[in-house]
Write a protein that binds this ligand. Structure first.
Ligand code: HEM
Length: 472
């Protein structure tokens, strides 16, 4: 069975019709030929952009000369109400300094410390899930938000202020789908602006709540009683080049992007992974068998080979971030075409991951391709769910552990069947089901020797505390 793919067109029609379709859903608005083209140009009086699918171009833009292809100021302006000057939107020296502070918190060794938070959130998710048919997306969002809040601030999502942040994020999404990726791409001025007044208001609410969490944490660090979690690590790490630390307001920007980038993306991936397993009972059984052996340590997570292959294959078929945009800082020639200064370069994991010249049976769900037992993988530069080069996702290692652990815990506890309606992928801020993702859950009965015992059910351990200077 071929997992759902949006219906596409051959891209003919008026610019305005294309623009409207584009705004409704990027994936179905873009033409079918992008699944086989190396490069495509879209030109109108107001939009001049190039989709770059050739792995050599992707390498050039993201890895070899990233300074010549920055994020655009429109992106920055578009996301400013919520994200301020966060690492996601800045460029140049400002961006580099932010990454020097953030990256150490996500380094390999540190991820071990995050595992208890992930498993506690996974157990909480299993506890909340009810048997029967349901749209799994809201639960995936809840679970992913729980992971990020536990990892950042050592509190479950249900706790007071964290719950308010989560509710405010939901209101923000409902207020205005900026949430449609198309809003990030240069847009004819005649079409509606991406923010409404309500969007600005909900963004201000979120930032106010995050500011309160940051202020409380700064005080706890000063008092020497702050838990040693991601927030404390980032707030106490100086830039190794300048010794400067994030100010409180800079930290609000970063927490906003961690929350948004860290929970929307993981929720998207988890929802699709669960649906793909529901649709492929053979792979589901193999994941369930692996999951039965899961113990709460990194070695055990590392041993989940099949589950990891399933999660990778999900990221290939439904990359949560389907497209990224960069701007040409100067004129450049690509594959013999002139790309003018200011042109938008669209890097599309969605098309790259399903490109017919890069992958065997690109639309087929085949985790075996990651285990050496299935179709040929598409090659290093044809798979980039986390982007690549210096601007690649700092949370990639975190997200892989989270995705694998969540899948193992949920599939270990429930048997999944596809719901009555197949999901339709659409690009909002991440790839989501247009009408949700319907799955039927039934408790899984395991042989008594395979049931997780009380020792495997984790709660948040009391985190060690850390005292260190804060502020610039
Ligand atoms: C399955 C989960 C995830 C996926 C697929 C994903 C994917 C991505 C991608 C593609 C980018 C690059 C976007 C661009 O250049 O336009 C990115 C950036 C980013 N991600 Fe993730 N991400 C995931 C989870 C996370 C998590 C868990 C965190 C944090 C806890 C995180 C934090 C960030 C940040 C801060 C950036 C901006 C980096 C920069 O611009 O320098 N992400 N992510």
């Amino acid at each position: 069975m071929i997992p759902p793919r949006p219906k596409t067109t051959e891209g003919r029609g008026t610019v305005l019709r294309f623009a409207r379709a584009f705004r409704r859903d990027l994936l179905s608005a873009l033409p079918e030929r992008l699944y086989r083209a190396w490069m495509a140009e879209f030109r109108s009086p107001m939009i001049h952009s190039f989709v770059c699918n050739d792995p050599a171009l992707v390498r050039l833009i993201l890895k070899d000369r990233p300074q010549d292809f920055p994020k655009s100021n429109r992106l920055r302006a578009g996301l400013a109400p919520l994200l301020g000057e966060s690492v996601f939107v800045t460029n140049g020296d400002q961006w580099a300094a932010q990454r020097r502070i953030i990256d150490p918190a996500f380094e390999g060794g540190r991820l071990r410390d995050i595992l208890p938070a992930i498993l506690a959130a996974a157990d909480a998710a299993v506890g909340r899930l009810k048997p029967g048919e349901q749209d799994i997306e809201p639960e995936c969002s809840h679970a992913a938000a729980d992971v990020i809040v536990r990892a950042l601030f050592s509190m479950p999502i249900e706790q007071d202020i964290a719950a308010q942040v989560f509710r405010a994020f939901r209101a923000h999404q409902d207020a205005q789908p900026l949430v449609n990726l198309a809003a990030l791409i240069p847009w004819p001025r005649r079409l509606p602006r991406p923010h409404s007044r309500r969007t600005r208001r909900t963004a201000a609410t979120i930032r106010g709540l995050i500011a309160a969490m940051v202020a409380t944490r700064m005080q706890a660090i000063r008092d020497g009683c702050a838990p040693d979690d991601l927030a404390t690590r980032i707030m106490t790490t100086p830039d190794p080049q300048t010794s400067r630390r994030f100010t409180a307001s800079e930290m609000v920007d970063q927490v906003a992007i961690f929350f948004l980038a860290g929970h929307e993306t993981s929720a998207s991936a988890l929802g699709w992974a669960l649906w793909l397993l529901a649709a492929h009972p053979d792979w589901q059984d193999r994941v369930a068998t692996e999951a039965a052996a899961l113990t709460p340590d990194m070695e055990s997570i590392a041993a989940l080979r099949i589950t990891r292959a399933v999660f990778r294959e999900t990221l290939r078929l439904y990359p949560p971030v389907p497209m990224m945009v960069r701007e040409a800082a100067q004129p450049v020639t690509m594959r013999g075409r002139s790309v003018p200064k200011g042109a938008q370069l669209i890097l599309s994991p969605w098309h790259l991951h399903r490109h017919s010249r890069l992958w065997d049976q690109p639309d087929v769900f085949d985790p075996g391709r990651w285990l050496g037992s299935g179709g040929r993988p598409g090659g290093r530069d044809a798979f980039m769910p986390f982007s690549s080069g210096p601007r690649a996702c700092p949370g990639a290692g975190f997200a892989m552990i989270e995705g694998v652990a969540m899948l193992a815990r949920i599939v270990g506890a429930f048997h999944l069947r596809t719901g009555t309606v197949a999901p339709v992928p659409v690009a909002r801020l991440t790839v989501r089901g247009r009408d949700g993702i319907m799955i039927h859950l039934a408790p899984r009965t395991l042989a008594p020797n395979l049931r997780p015992g009380p020792a495997d059910r984790l709660t948040m351990p009391a985190a060690p505390t850390r005292k260190a200077p804060v502020g610039p």
